[in-house]
Design a protein around this ligand. Structure first.
Ligand code: FAD
Length: 369
């Protein structure tokens, strides 16, 4: 089977591929191909779903900020539900983290110090001896990741783009001045441009095309759901320490999601949680919050994939014509996604990306190798 009439083939239908494909489809014929039966099965479906301005490297913070307006007011018909739900983020500093908190406050956007007593008023389970200082980001929010992801896939289809599930790219060959991407079922997708949005598999997909890897590292992150009763956590902020060694976030109004903020390098795979990480997360959370944990209701893990310098890698490959990288989203792929998709489309088209232009040099994949 041949599917030849495309301008761009995007590989990977997580949030990175979905946003890029939707933006590209505005003026190009786009095929978005995904190995799994379901788009979003890997990292995109496993996130903590929070937008935090004061998180990640400088390039990420720029795209996070530029994405905010989209989440607040998406285009008409994009989704049937609100994409954002206000939730503050509370940063707690035990005595050894107060210098780091001061540095964070000095460079942060929309961050203000609050005293530990005020923090305890927001989170009544806070142990009185845990935090020597604290800060709060009031303007953060929970994101409805499924609605965001599906909204972009709908945009893609509405613009005439194709989403092809169960199509694992197995062979990527440069021929006749373009790329031929052959998927496991034998379909061949041809286009002058390939966008590699394969997340943890980014280097593997590059390898299929004979393109040198960037040195991506996939890291496991674990999350567990517990019942925090008798505390009513619905209105709590997300709570974490400044060094980001754990965090806890209200989930579905009555539950708490707890993570050890782990970053264990692993091979790309359908990653599962390790019990020890679940236990570490609960132990660290309990060091700060007096919450009894009777049982873990559910646990999961997902991959956060980083480039060697932890900034994004969006741009053309240094050697392979028509091969565009869109990888290295780490722990920020959802909160940066609207601006990231637009930026990818602008760079592919050679257009001026406006305010996002500030990060183009920092995220150019040609900085590696
Ligand atoms: C526990 C956890 C909490 C997180 N919390 C947040 C958060 O609060 N806020 C935030 O913004 N981000 C968060 N993240 C990060 C966010 O989830 C990721 O940055 C984002 O999902 C990455 O999206 P992606 O599209 O690059 O990857 P993925 O969603 O993994 O998509 C890549 C896709 O490529 C496909 N693929 C791979 N190889 C091939 C091939 N050969 N052919 C076809 N398809 C292929 C895969 O099947 C996969 O579906 C979190 C991540 C985790 C794990």
């Amino acid at each position: 089977m041949n599917a030849t009439d495309f301008d761009v083939v995007v590989i990977g239908a997580g949030i990175a591929g979905a946003t890029s494909a939707a933006a590209l489809a505005a003026d190009r014929r786009v095929a978005l191909i995904e190995a799994e039966e379901q788009a979003g099965y890997h990292s995109t479906g496993r996130s903590a779903a929070v937008w935090i301005q004061n998180y990640g490297p400088a390039d990420v913070r720029v795209l996070t900020g530029l994405s905010r307006a989209f989440f607040a007011a998406p285009p008409p018909g994009f989704a049937e539900v609100a994409l954002m739900q206000r939730r503050a983020v509370l940063f707690l500093a035990p005595p050894e983290q107060t210098a780091a908190l001061a540095a964070m406050l000095a460079e942060g956007i929309g961050l203000r110090p609050i005293d530990p007593a005020a923090a305890a008023a927001l989170v009544p389970a806070l142990r009185p001896d845990y935090a020597a200082a604290a800060a709060i980001e009031d303007d953060a929010f929970d994101m409805d990741v499924a609605a965001i992801h599906q909204g972009f896939l709908r945009q893609l289809r509405a613009a005439g783009g194709m989403l092809a599930l169960r199509r694992r790219a197995g062979r990527i060959v440069r021929e006749h001045g373009g790329w031929a991407v052959t998927t496991a079922d034998g379909t061949v997708f041809r286009a002058p441009v390939v966008v590699n949005a394969a997340g943890a598999w980014g280097d593997e997909v590059a390898g299929l095309a004979g393109v040198a890897p960037l040195g991506l590292v996939a890291c496991r992150r674990t999350a567990a759901i517990i019942d925090p009763a008798p505390f009513d956590v619905a209105g709590w902020p997300l709570v974490n320490d400044v060094a980001h060694t754990w965090y806890a976030r209200p989930e579905a109004r009555t539950r708490l999601m707890v993570s050890p903020a782990d970053e264990t390098p692993v091979a790309p795979q359908d990653i599962q949680p390790d019990e020890i990480d679940v236990a570490i997360g609960i132990d660290r959370m309990q060091g700060a919050l007096a919450i009894e944990v009777r049982r873990v209701e559910r646990a999961w893990a997902g991959l956060r994939t980083f480039t060697p310098d932890r900034s994004l890698a969006f741009g053309w490959d240094r050697a392979a014509a028509g091969f565009f990288w869109c990888v290295g989203q780490g722990g920020y792929g959802i909160q940066t996604s609207p601006a990231a998709g637009r930026l990818v489309a602008d760079l592919v088209a050679g257009r001026d990306p406006g305010a996002a232009g500030a990060v183009v040099a920092a995220i150019d994949p040609r900085r590696f190798g």
